[in-house]
Design a protein around this ligand. Structure first.
Ligand code: ATR
Length: 248
């Protein structure tokens, strides 16, 4: 990535029972500007930082920590920015659109705020277990964000974009959203990625959906957003994405 930045970025394996100590020893080096955090530590990271971004507050999880000028620590979750950046790269605008988010687990929680920041006209969270969808929708307190079951989707207006936040495709399983709902979308996005189009993408394509996208661009986009939080420069994602795609 041609950003002319010199940095040392390495994986550190933290013991599961002493993550906070690992963070403290990492940041004891005054050159340490920030770090990424991955599973299973994202919730603990959210507790450790002094301040959370709005997206990280709703997610209850942090994947990016930055040391601020005053020495305090700020936590964000960049997955949702990765998602919205990738959608824009694919020519999909969210403004004024009706968006269906399938799933209400951690992956869904992490993307809600960046999706909302793009001003869609409606965001419906549909989940197999209804209560989780209702709880998640209620966290954001906007009347154009709602939760429901998969069955209830059949009674609603068509969606422009459907985002699958479940990992069901990794088990080659489709969430039981009706074919009618899927077929009316202009685009579907599956947050996971595989060497071949996922079962959800293939299903949508077979039903006539024109754009079907996997989550590899989201993976690259979330890393790029973390980089720009620490360094103030936006790296070019395209060559990274091409290399990763080849390596799948
Ligand atoms: P993650 O953190 O990756 O989002 P999670 O918190 O375990 O994982 O959440 C998984 C989400 O995928 C949930 O919304 C789950 O639905 P339930 O709340 O009803 O369990 C959803 N999910 C997983 N497998 C699914 C399947 N086969 N069909 C529909 N939804 C599925």
């Amino acid at each position: 990535m041609e950003t002319d930045q010199i940095l040392d970025y390495q994986a550190i394996l933290a013991p599961t029972d002493s993550f906070h100590e690992s963070l403290e020893s990492f940041f004891a080096d005054s050159n340490a500007k920030g770090c990424n955090v991955t599973m299973p530590f994202k919730e603990q990271a959210a507790q450790w930082v002094d301040e959370l971004s709005p997206a990280a507050k709703i997610a209850g999880a942090v994947n990016t920590i930055m040391r601020k000028g005053d020495g305090t620590f700020w936590g964000d979750t960049t997955d949702g920015y990765g998602l919205t950046m990738d959608l824009v790269q694919h020519g999909i605008q969210l403004e004024g659109k009706r968006i269906l988010l399938i799933g209400a687990g951690g992956a869904a929680r992490g993307v809600i705020i960046p999706i909302m920041e793009r001003n869609p006209s409606a965001l419906v969270i549909a989940n197999r277990t209804e209560q989780k969808a209702l709880t998640l929708a209620s966290l954001v307190k906007e009347n154009w964000v709602s939760g429901c079951t998969f069955e209830e989707l059949d009674q609603l207006d068509a969606f422009d974009l459907i985002i699958n936040s479940t990992s069901a495709s990794l088990s080659n399983v489709l969430p039981s959203v009706s074919e009618e709902v899927i077929s009316q979308a202009e685009a579907v996005y599956d947050m996971v990625y595989l060497p071949e189009p996922t079962i959800f993408m293939q299903h949508a394509y077979d039903l006539g959906v024109k754009k079907t996208i996997d989550g590899l661009g989201m993976l690259v986009g979330q890393a790029a957003k973390s980089f720009s939080i620490w360094r103030g420069v936006e790296p070019n994602c395209k060559p990274v994405l091409e290399q990763l795609r080849k390596a799948l």
